[in-house]
Design a protein around this ligand. Structure first.
Ligand code: 4AZ
Length: 752
């Protein structure tokens, strides 16, 4: 039995034990809580830090604003004069409507995450009726993704949003209720400076000039100020008329339009595809141009003024000219009249269609056409770049040359059509016509008469029409052979398959066998060789000089399209064309500031890759050493040229496999006496027999020389130019790289 006291004592003891345990538990609980709390805080801190870091990285990722400028015609809205005032409620409301539509189009497209805004910059009338809307679209894109936004892609989004009806068979479709003319849509990449100038307050040199008096001269004068100038003249004629602009004088620095230029557009905004004319240097003679609509934009750009820089001209309002007519020729043979391109002697606009119908009084008389500084030759599958001619149902392409050419048509009824289809305005054309006696132009008679042959379509046309070859003798000019033909040096075209370096001489002078001496390379043999692709096709060569810099030729980037780094891709570590081990976009193109497009002096450019080539590729990609300024290229030194250019002058495509050829550096005096225009920045290399030469497509690529001492390879030259390819006594001309060591070092300090 247990006493009551014992029981109490036991209870107290048990209680104490329980309290002790409880205290211990509490302590433990507190400790666990603290750990959990601590972990939680750590976790939250981690998440916050990561979020901040991520936000920072995303923010810090370089972004580019890309600007596109374009226009379209809205057919179902009448023009109001108030649209000319940008502050008017009519303009603002119209701009808002269009901007709203554009927002809808691009925010629901695959570019939505890059799309920032659209801005309407002009609402104008035009000769086709309705409104012409000029607009800008801005995208903000991470630098690495810049290339996803090509001009065609951005335009395609807009075009695809327009609903056209096949039943109506018109080019006008519905874009969210706006009747937009599909055929009127033009869009191109634009410059940030032009965006700010034409939509905001980026310039104080902007003029809107309205003209309605026919043939009255409205002066346009501009003089550059000390800080440099960009001036915009928007010329607007009354509806139904055109603008005729005359450039009276232009004083600018000839620097390939890098700083100074005068550009004339067939629109009110600087849309590349609407360029009518661009002067990068003072023109030799007076130039005048005609618009295709009632609008024109003139932009005068001049950098800091060292010398006098100015532009003087005038514009006038003219009526649309009809070209072509029916012409009855006289009985007497000989030239009796002339036909011209529209608006002669002005440059003719990119759109025209002229038709002349000639009729001679007798069946025995044909029509002779004498083209001044121009020639026509049968159209091939490629089509014509600068307009085409249709003469009695046969198609011809036209080319500007520096002599007259005569074309005879052995028919008494001749229809001649000129279709202008080039992108820009073309130089004026003058063609004399007359009838000739068909019977007097039979080939046999012709082949023995040196007098008549001067005036004959058989002469100097690249085809050996006379048995005795007389028709192709004493030609001072040459006409390109058609695609499947090869041109011998004596001007005769022979079929290509008979003329391909097969060891058989088919040209009488053996010229089909010249220039055939490159050989295939091995993979990794020339690890600095780069193929530069423009718009997806191999265009030039280049050399790797560091992890992110390439050296090439300035002339590869001549013109606004070619100077745009976004259009280029650099293919590195490549032997078979198209199978590059590494491809990078191009961040920057630096053309030498003294590059002269007339004589190819200073023909050098630097390219910065968007992505440096990785170390893992170093077995196939390696930089070539740059020669120091003190380096002298000695005549007789043997070096190598490499490239995917044409294997022969007459080819029309480059080589699939990287070719190499050993060449010899040629004495500068000899080089000078061959070409005359050799500057200190150039040297010649080749073989006196011709052969072993660079050709079209090799430009910009390396001339590599190995040092006798340590076996290192140096970039002694850059493929630049030459007379033809592989012609005896006409060596290739190369840029002398040692002259450019300080210039390269200025941009690429890590090298040298
Ligand atoms: C070219 O057009 C080219 N024979 C390069 C080199 C030479 C000629 C033309 C020299 O890229």
């Amino acid at each position: 039995m247990v006493s009551a006291e014992d029981k109490l004592a036991k209870r107290i003891l048990a209680r104490k034990k329980h309290d002790k345990l409880k205290k211990k538990d509490k302590l433990l609980w507190n400790f666990q809580n603290k750990i959990i709390l601590f972990t939680l805080i750590l976790f939250i801190l981690g998440v916050v830090t990561w979020t901040l870091l991520w936000l920072f990285i995303v923010q810090a990722e370089n972004k580019d604003a890309l600007y596109f400028v374009g226009l379209f015609r809205v057919a179902n809205i009448e023009f109001l004069p108030e649209y000319r005032q940008k502050e008017s409620k009519e303009f603002l409301s119209m701009a808002q409507t269009v901007q709203h539509v554009m927002n809808l189009v691009y925010t629901t497209s695959s570019f939505s995450k890059f799309y920032k805004q659209s801005t309407v910059s002009e609402v104008s009338n035009n000769n086709n009726g309705g409104l012409l809307i000029h607009f800008w679209i801005v995208f903000v894109v991470p630098q690495a993704k810049g290339q996803v936004l090509c001009e065609d892609c951005v335009a395609a989004v807009l075009k695809d949003s327009i609903q056209t009806s096949i039943i109506n068979r018109t080019s006008v479709g519905s874009l969210q209720g706006l009747a937009v003319d599909m055929d009127s849509i033009v869009l191109s990449a634009g410059l940030r400076s032009d965006y700010w100038s034409t939509t905001g307050t980026g310039t104080n040199c902007m003029y809107d000039l309205y003209a309605d008096h026919l043939h009255k001269h409205f002066p346009l004068d501009m003089r550059a100020t000390s800080e440099g100038t960009i001036c915009y003249f928007k010329l607007i004629a009354s509806v139904g008329h055109l603008i005729h602009l005359s450039i009276v004088s232009l004083q600018i620095e000839a620097d390939n339009c890098i700083t100074d230029s005068l550009t004339i557009y067939d629109s009110l905004m600087p849309i590349k595809d609407k360029i009518l004319y661009r002067a990068c240097e003072p023109p030799d003679s007076l130039v005048s141009l005609v618009s295709t609509n009632n609008l024109m934009l003139v932009i005068f750009k001049a950098a800091q003024v060292k010398e006098h820089k100015e532009f003087h001209g005038y514009f006038e309002v003219i009526t649309q000219e009809k070209c072509g007519k029916a012409i009855m020729t006289k009985e007497k043979t000989g030239y009796e009249g002339r036909i011209t391109s529209p608006y002669y002697p002005s440059y003719y606009p990119p759109k025209c269609l002229c038709a002349w119908n000639f009729q001679t009084p007798q069946k025995s008389l044909g029509i002779a056409l004498k083209f001044h500084n121009y020639t026509i030759s049968e159209k091939n599958i490629k089509g014509c770049e600068r307009g085409w001619w249709k003469i009695n149902e046969r198609m011809y392409c036209g080319y500007y040359v520096d002599h007259q050419t005569v074309f005879h048509i052995t028919s008494s009824a001749v229809s001649v059509e000129l279709q202008c289809s080039s992108k820009v305005s073309e130089k004026p054309l003058l063609v004399e016509y007359g009838s000739y006696n068909i019977s007097q132009l039979v080939p046999e008679w012709n082949c023995n008469s040196s007098l008549a042959i001067q005036d004959n379509l058989l002469a100097c046309n690249g085809v050996r029409d006379c048995e005795n070859g007389k028709d192709e003798q004493n030609c001072t000019h040459s006409i390109p052979c058609t695609n499947h033909m090869f041109k011998c040096r004596n001007n005769i075209c022979i079929r290509k398959q008979y003329a391909r370096c097969d060891g058989t001489v088919d040209c009488v002078d053996g010229s089909d066998e010249s220039s055939c001496s490159g050989s295939n390379t091995e993979e990794g043999e020339w690890p600095w060789q780069v193929s530069l692709h423009f718009g997806g096709a191999a265009y030039c060569g280049a050399s790797v000089i560091s992890k992110e810099w390439l050296v090439s030729a300035a002339h590869c980037f001549q013109g606004s399209k070619l100077a745009d780094p976004r259009a280029w891709r650099a293919h590195l570590g490549m032997q078979m064309q198209g199978r590059a081990k590494f491809v990078s976009a191009v961040r920057r193109v630096i053309v030498h500031e003294y590059y002269n497009s007339q004589n190819y002096d200073y023909d050098i450019a630097l390219l910065q890759l968007s992505t440096p080539w990785p170390d893992t590729m170093s077995h196939l990609i390696q930089p070539i050493c740059l020669p120091p300024s003190s380096h002298k290229a000695r005549s007789g030194d043997k070096c190598w040229i490499t490239g995917w250019g044409q294997k022969q002058e007459a080819d029309d495509e480059g080589s699939a496999v990287l070719q190499k050829a050993e060449v010899e550096i040629i004495d500068q005096t000899l080089c000078h006496s061959t070409y005359g225009i050799i500057t200190a920045r150039m040297f010649c290399a080749g073989l006196s027999s011709g052969k072993r030469d660079g050709c079209k497509g090799d430009s910009g690529g390396p001339l590599s020389c190995q040092s006798n001492g340590d076996g290192k390879w140096f970039l002694t030259g850059i493929v630049s130019w030459g007379y033809g390819c592989g012609r005896p006594n006409f060596p290739g001309v190369y840029t002398r790289v040692s002259n450019f060591a300080p210039w390269i070092h200025k941009y690429v300090p890590s090298v040298l």
